[in-house]
Design a protein around this ligand. Sequence first.
Ligand code: NAG
Ligand code: NAG
Ligand code: NAG
Length: 296
Amino acid sequence: MLFSTIVSALLTATAFALPTPNGTNTTVGPENGHLVIVGGNLQNDIIWKRIIDLAGGPDAPIVVIPTAGGDPTYDQSFSSAVTLRNLGAKNVTVLHTYDPEVADTDDFIAPLAEAKGIFFGGGRQWRLVDAYAGTKSEQAFKSVLDRGGVISGSSAGASIIGSFLVRGDTANNQIMIGDHTVGFGYLKNTAIDQHVLVRNRHFDLFDILKVHPDLLGVAIDEDTALVVRGNEVEVIGSTYALFYDRGFWSREELSELKHLPPPETRFYFLKSGDKYDLGTRKVVETVSSVGDNDEL
Ligand SMILES: *[C@@H]1O[C@H](CO)[C@@H](O)[C@H](O)[C@H]1NC(C)=O
Ligand SMILES: *[C@@H]1O[C@H](CO)[C@@H](O)[C@H](O)[C@H]1NC(C)=O
Ligand SMILES: *[C@@H]1O[C@H](CO)[C@@H](O)[C@H](O)[C@H]1NC(C)=O
C-alpha cells in the first residue's frame, strides 16, 4: 500500500517534471535594478516608500505612466504622482500619450533620460502595449533598469511587467489569453495576475499555464508587492502572493498525510518577508519563513 503510493507519487512527479529552466525559458529578473510589482489597490506606505528608496531616494527622478487608466487626458496631479510626492519624492513627472508616434519621439522621452524610477498605474494593460510597445519610450523604460533604477507598477502596471500579458484582451478583463499577449517582459518567462484574493481569481491563471506550461505563474493580491532583484523575490505588503510553479511549499513540515492536487493544478501562498528564487523556482527558507511550532 505504502510502496504503491510512493511509486505512483514518483510516476506523477516524473510525468509532470518541469523542463530544466534554461535559455529563453528561464524565469529571471533584470540584470540591473529592481522591480516592484503590486497586485492593485496600493495603499501601503511601506510599498510606496520602497519604490522611492529603490529609485535612489527623495531626489531621484521618478516618471509615472497613467496610460493604462484610459482617461481622455492626464496632468501632473494624477493620484499616484501626488502620493509619491506626499511621501517625499521631489522629482515626479507624469508622462502620457496614447499615440505610439508621439511615444517614439525624443521630445516625449526627455523626462525618462535620467529617470531612476518608473511607476505604471492601473487600468487595462493593453493600452500600455498600444501606446509604447516598439517605441523609443519602451527602450527608455528599460534603460531605467540598466542604470540601476526601479520599474514598478500596480494592477495593469503589474501585469505589463511579465513577459506573457495576462488579461490582455481589449474586449474585457476576463479573457486570460486575449488579443494582446506580449508584455514588456522585465520579468522573463512569467505571467503576472493581480487583485487575486479580493476578486477570487486564484484559478484563472491555469487558463494560461495549461497552454504555456513553461511560464511561471504569479498572482499578487491587493496592496501586496513582489520586490525583485536579480533572481531574488521578496514579498512585502498587506496580504499574499500566489506562486504557480507546480511545486508546493508550506511553513509546516510536509508529510505523506497531506494530499496535494496534481502538480499542474497547484499553487501556494507567500506572505510579507517570504523569499523566492526565480532561477530554481523554489522558496528560499529563512528564519521568518519557518513556523512558530504551534501544532494546530
Ligand atoms: C534546457 O537545456 C537542456 C540541455 O541543453 C535541453 O535538453 C532542454 O530541452 C532545455 N530545456 C528547455 C525548456 O529549453
Ligand atoms: C520554452 O521551450 C519550449 C521547448 O523548447 C518551447 O517550445 C517554448 O516556446 C519555449 N518558451 C519560451 C517562452 O521561450
Ligand atoms: C528632476 O530630475 C531631472 C533629471 O535629473 C533634472 O534635470 C531636474 O532638474 C530635476 N528637477 C527637480 C525639480 O529637481
